[in-house]
Design a protein around this ligand. Sequence first.
Ligand code: GLN
Length: 490
Amino acid sequence: MKLTDLTISQAKNLLDKKEISAVELTKEYIDNMEKFRFLNTYVTETPEIAIEQAKIADDNIAKDKARALEGIPMAIKDLFCTKGVRTTASSKMLENFVPQYESTVSQKLLDAGITMLGKTSMDEFAMGSTNLTSYFGEVKNPYKRNGEDLVPGGSSGGSASAVASGMAMAATGSDTGGSIRQPASFCGVVGIKPTYGRASRYGIVAFASSLDVPGVIARSVRDNALLLNVISGKDEMDPTTAPREVPDFTKVLGESIKGLKVGIPLEYKSDKLNPEVQKLWEQRSEDLQSLGAEIVDISLPLTKFSLPVYYIIAPAEASSNLARYDGVKYGYRTDKPFSSLDEMYELTRTEGFGAEVKKRLIIGSTILTEEFYEKSYLKALKTRRLICNDFDEAFKKVDVILTPSTTGPAFSKNDKLSPMDIYLNDIYTVGASLAGLPAMSIPVGYDKNNLPLGLQLIGKRFDEEMVFRFAHHIEDISKFDNTPSKVMGE
Ligand code: GLN
C-alpha cells in the first residue's frame, strides 16, 4: 500500500507503532505534489516547513509524546492566515501578503502536530463554486468525465482536490454557503462544516462574517471527527465562538441509530435534481431504515427563499469586509500614476479584484444603500430568521436531516452553465449556512460516468455528534472507495 493511500486514523496507528516515520510519510506527499502539479491545487507549496515539522514529529513519537495529529501531512486553504507563509485568498489583491500571525484553526492543527504541506487554491475570496475564479488559475478535479477535465467545486476546491488525489491527507476548508460540502461532494471526499461558533474564525480572511465557518475535508468520517476534535472550541480572539465543551466526536462512531428519526425535506425533491442523486438519496434512506432509524417527511417551506436570501446577505457583508483592501493598509496597490486618493482606490480595486468579486461587491454595496437597505437587506435578514425557524420546527420532529449535497456531479467549465446555474449549485447547502447548523457531505456512490455523488446530513445546532453518528453508518453502507492511487489511476 502506498503511504499516501492511508487515512489519518490508519497513519496514526502506524506512526504510533513506529512502523512508518513522519518524515517518510511527508516525503511521499511531497512526491505526489510534484507529480500531480497539473491539477494546480496548491498556490504555495511549503515542503521545507513540512519536513522540519515531520522531524519534530518523529522526535515526539520516539519519546512517546505524540500529540493528537502528530506527523499528519495536511494542506491549509489559502484563506487561513499562516504566519510567515504567503496567504493570498487566491486574489491578486493579496498576491504578496505574508501574515504576521496565525489563524486559530491552523495554530491548533500545528499545535496538534501536523506537518503543513502548503496552501491550497480556492475561488477568489471564497466566492464561487468552481475554482475558476482563482487568480492563480483553475484547479482541476482528479475525476474526469470521459477524459474531459472537470471543476473540483468551490470555493475549497483546492483542498478537496488535494485530498482526493493524495496530495494531502486532509485539509482545512471554509464554508459560507457550501464551500466545504460542495467540493467534497464533487471530489468524492468527506467534509464537515460545524455549527457556526464551534470553531474560530480568527485569522481567516473574511467573506461574510455571519456565515463563514471553518471546517475540514478528509477521506473518511472518522478522520473528520479527529480533525474537528482539534479545531473546535471557544477562542478569545473570536467573540462569536461558543463557550461549549467539545465532545470527542469519535466516541459516537459505531453507535446505533435505532429509533432515531431522519427528516427528508419535501421541498428538496426538485426537478433540478439529477435522477441518479435522487435514487441514491432514496436508497440510503431505506438503508438507514433497515438499521432501525425512522424516516419522516418534513417540510422546510421557505427553502425557495434560501438562495435569494443568501445572495443578498453574503454580498452585503462581503462589500463591507472587503472595503479594507484600499491599497493603503496591506495588499496590492496600483502601479499607475494617480492624482487623488479616490483615483488610487479606484485603480487599486479595479486591478486587484477579479470579475466575480467585483460583481458581488457592486451588488453588496447597492443592497446597503439607503434605497435598497430596507427593501432587500432587512427583508433578507427577516427571512433568514424564518428559515431558521423552519429548521427549528423540523428538528422538533427529527434528529437529523438527510438531503443531497448538490444537484448533480462535478461539471466541466465547457458545459453551458449560466451564472444562475452556478449559483443554483448551492441550493442544498445554503439553508444550513443561513441557520448556522452543522452539515456534512459524504460520498455515497457514482453517476453513470463514474463521478462521485454525495449526500448531506444536517444536524441540530451544536449536535455534530448526531451528524457523525449517522455519517458513519452511511459511509459504512456506501463503501465508497476514495483511495487516491485508484482515483489517480496509478
Ligand atoms: N458557492 C457559494 C458562493 O459562491 C458559497 C461559497 C462559500 O461557501 N464560500 O458564495
